[in-house]
Design a binder for this molecule. Structure first.
Ligand SMILES: Cc1ncc(COP(=O)(O)O)c(C=O)c1O
Length: 400
C-alpha cells in the first residue's frame, strides 16, 4: 500500500471494508449464559449465584452482560460501586445489586433510591443509612445490607473483635436489616491452604455469634470462582463467581504437590475474543530495526505487518517482541515495542497475507488459540488484568 496521503487513507478504509478503526472485542453472550448455568447447576440446589459484573463485567460490558445473565435467570449481581450499581439499574436490571465495596459518604441517598444492597463493615455505614432512611421515610427493616467480616485477608471487613459492638448497632437499627454475612478468601485457589480453612472457621464462628444474638440473615457467602471449585466448606448458600463467568479459572494449586489441578475447574468457555486487522504491510531487509529504539532487529529480509492496536487499547507493552497473534490460522510473532496505537508483527513466509486481514489477539482459529492466560504469562499478571485492561476505545461487539 502507498503512503498515507488522503487517497491512501481512503484506499485503506476501502480495503478494510470499514469506516472505523478495526480493533474490536467480540463478546459471546451465549458463552456467558452457558458459564452462568454451569456454575449455577454446580452449586444447586443449595446456593444462589451472585454474578460478579463489577469493573464493566471484567471488561466485557456490564449492561449487556448483566441483561444476558438476567435472561438466564440471575437474580443477584455484584458490582464494586454505587456508580456501577446505578448504571445497571438504568440498563433495566431488576434483580438485587450488591455493592461489594460498599458506598461512599454522600451516596447513601442514591443507594436507597436505586434499591442497591450495600456491603457494610463499619458502624458509620449503618448511621448514614439510618439517617437517610428516616429522611426518605422508609419502612422498618427495608434497607438490606450485607455485613463483611475480615477473616484474614486484611482488606475490607469488620475485624472479628469488633463484631459484638456491630451486632448491637444492627440490633438497634430501625430501617437497616442484616440480610447477608460475607467474607472474601485470600487464596481460594490453593486447595490445601491452611489459612483458607482458618478463614472459613472464623467466618463460621462469626455467623454463629450473629445468629445466636438473634439476628437472622438470609444469605451467607464466601466463595469466589476458585472457592466454588476448591472446597465444599466455602459453599454457603450464596456464591460470588466473577472470572469463571467469563470463562477463566485460576488454576487450582496444592501446596503439597505444588502442581495445578485443572480437573477441578468447571467446564466454562471464554466469552471474549479480541480482534484487529492488518493496516499496512512492508518488506524490509536484514538488520532492519523495528519500532521505537530498534528494540527488535530483523535477522533476514522480512515482511512486517502493522496492526492498529497498542497499549492505549490495553495491549500490554510486555508483549513487545514476546507475544504472538493469529493470522490466517497461524501464529505470527509481535516484533519490536508495542506502541500506543500500533503494533508490528512478522508475517514473513505466510502465504497471501494482505492489508485488511483479520488478526486475533485473544481467541482461536483452526488449531491455533490465544487465551488471556497467554498474554498474562508474558505480562506477569493474571487474566483478570488482561480482560479488565482492554480499554474503552475498543468497541465491544455482541455476537449473539
Ligand atoms: C468480594 C469479591 N467477591 C467475589 C469476587 C469474584 O472473584 P473471582 O473473579 O475470582 O471469581 C471478587 C473479585 O475480585 C471480589 O472482590
Amino acid at each position: 500500500m502507498g503512503r498515507d496521503g488522503e487517497s491512501g487513507v481512503y484506499n485503506r478504509c476501502a480495503a478494510l471494508g470499514t469506516t472505523m478503526r478495526p480493533t474490536w472485542a467480540e463478546i459471546s453472550l451465549t458463552n456467558l449464559q452457558h458459564n452462568f448455568a454451569t456454575i449455577r447447576d454446580y452449586v444447586a440446589p443449595n446456593a444462589t449465584v451472585c454474578a460478579i459484573v463489577k469493573a464493566n463485567a471484567y471488561g466485557h460490558g456490564a449492561a449487556p452482560c448483566a441483561k444476558a445473565l438476567q435472561k438466564e435467570g440471575a437474580k443477584w449481581f455484584g458490582v464494586t460501586s454505587t456508580e456501577e450499581g446505578v448504571l445497571l439499574r438504568k440498563a433495566g436490571i431488576t434483580g438485587h445489586i450488591l455493592l461489594c465495596s460498599g458506598f461512599w459518604r454522600g451516596e447513601e441517598e442514591a443507594v436507597l433510591e436505586h434499591n442497591l444492597t450495600p456491603v457494610v463493615w463499619d458502624w458509620n455505614h449503618i448511621e448514614l443509612l439510618e439517617n437517610v432512611a428516616e429522611k426518605m421515610d422508609r419502612a422498618p427493616e427495608s434497607v438490606a445490607v450485607h455485613l463483611k467480616i475480615d477473616t484474614g485477608m486484611s482488606r475490607l471487613g469488620i475485624p472479628i473483635a469488633d463484631l459484638p459492638q456491630m451486632i448491637e448497632i444492627l440490633q438497634s437499627a430501625h430501617s437497616v436489616m442484616l440480610e447477608g454475612v460475607m467474607t472474601h478468601l485470600a487464596s481460594a485457589e490453593v486447595s490445601d491452604a491452611p489459612d483458607v480453612d482458618a478463614q472459613i472457621m472464623r467466618f463460621d464462628d462469626a455467623c454463629v455469634t450473629i445468629t445466636t444474638a438473634g439476628l437472622t440473615p438470609t444469605y451467607f457467602h464466601v466463595a469466589n470462582s476458585a472457592g466454588i471449585c476448591t472446597r465444599e466448606s466455602a459453599l454457603k448458600n450464596m456464591v460470588r463467581p466473577g472470572i469463571g463467568l467469563y470463562g477463566y479459572f485460576m488454576p487450582v494449586m496444592s501446596i503439597i504437590t505444588g502442581t495445578p489441578d485443572h480437573s477441578r475447574e468447571l467446564p466454562v468457555m471464554p466469552v471474549l475474543a479480541w480482534k484487529t486487522r492488518i493496516m499496512a504491510l512492508r518488506d524490509v531487509g536484514a538488520r532492519q530495526p523495528i519500532s521505537y529504539n530498534g528494540s527488535y532487529v530483523t535477522q533476514a529480509p522480512a515482511r512486517i505487518a502493522v496492526l492498529p492496536v497498542g497499549y492505549a487499547d490495553g495491549l500490554n507493552r510486555h508483549l513487545s517482541s514476546r507475544g504472538r497473534v493469529i493470522v490466517r490460522g497461524d501464529f505470527a510473532n509481535i516484533v519490536g515495542t508495542v506502541t500506543m496505537d500500533m503494533t508490528m508483527i512478522d508475517v514473513t513466509g505466510m502465504p497471501g497475507v494482505d492489508v485488511g486481514d483479520e488478526v486475533i489477539l485473544i481467541g482461536e482459529s483452526g488449531k491455533r488459540k490465544i487465551t488471556a492466560w497467554d498474554i498474562a504469562g508474558h505480562a506477569q499478571t493474571v487474566p483478570y488484568e488482561v480482560l479488565c485492561g482492554i480499554s474503552a476505545r475498543v468497541p465491544r461487539v455482541y455476537i449473539d
